[in-house]
Design a protein around this ligand. Structure first.
Ligand SMILES: [Zn+2]
Length: 227
């Protein structure tokens, strides 16, 4: 028996990952000198291993079968499959989560670099520098109670800000790329995992991540068949 070796999940035509055996599937199995009807009543995934609850002639087996064990048994002892059962998609995998968020971050970085490149031939850097240079003098004027000077400087600041926005608009750059990055989740900082565990915030996004992972697999498949 291939103990310790993990049974890889099934990859569907749609790019999604499935358990190797269907829940509700029934098999006539030859064992102990006779035949029994095996039924898969449940499946779950732990540490990369598939497990199945099995009934023998309707009686639940005390311990679940690993995917490997079930595969071995059906390969050598199954006489006939009498019910197809229903395919079960694998739960969200940590590798899927990691890839999804890494690609998202890449997209952000690429967009930001493209934006910076677009701004290179404009006066953006110069204007931004001038804006920043005004912060301290405004604060100083306010501290000294010099309202006239403070207002004067603030007017300069507003004019520069307008110019900055104008440049951004002209170059059609996404303004939000230049704001401080706001994280939807403070715990994982939008990386999807914390200490090697899937962050709670991810579970509201499972469908998206599954669809993304499936699309990635289909793309990989297409690449492989081209080579
Ligand atoms: Zn999170």
């Amino acid at each position: 028996m291939t103990a310790g070796k993990r049974l890889p999940p099934l990859e569907g035509e749609n790019g999604r990952l499935y358990f190797n055996f269907n829940v509700g599937a029934k098999y006539v199995v030859y064992e102990l000198g006779g035949t029994t009807v095996f039924e898969i009543t449940n499946c779950y995934y732990r540490n990369g291993i598939e497990y199945y609850d099995i009934t023998r002639d309707g009686v639940l087996n005390r311990t679940p079968f690993s995917g490997n064990r079930l595969s071995y048994l059906l390969k050598f002892k199954c006489l006939e499959q009498i019910e197809p059962g229903t395919p079960q998609e694998l739960p969200l995998l940590i590798d899927e989560v990691k890839l999804y968020y890494a690609k998202k971050y890449d997209a952000y970085k690429t967009a930001k670099n493209a934006a910076l490149a677009a701004l290179k031939n404009t006066k953006y850097a110069e204007v931004e520098k001038a804006v920043k240079a005004l912060y301290a003098p405004i604060a100083f004027a306010e501290l000294q109670g010099d309202g006239i000077r403070a207002n004067e400087l603030r007017a300069q600041l507003n004019a520069l800000e307008e110019k900055r926005l104008e440049i951004l608009k002209k170059t059609k750059v996404d303004l939000s790329l230049f704001e401080e990055r706001k994280y939807n989740c403070q715990r994982c900082r939008d990386f999807g995992t914390v200490d090697g565990i899937i962050c709670d915030c991810v579970y509201s996004n499972v469908d998206d991540i599954k669809a993304f992972s499936a699309a990635q697999r289909i793309a990989e498949r297409a690449k492989r068949s081209r080579n």
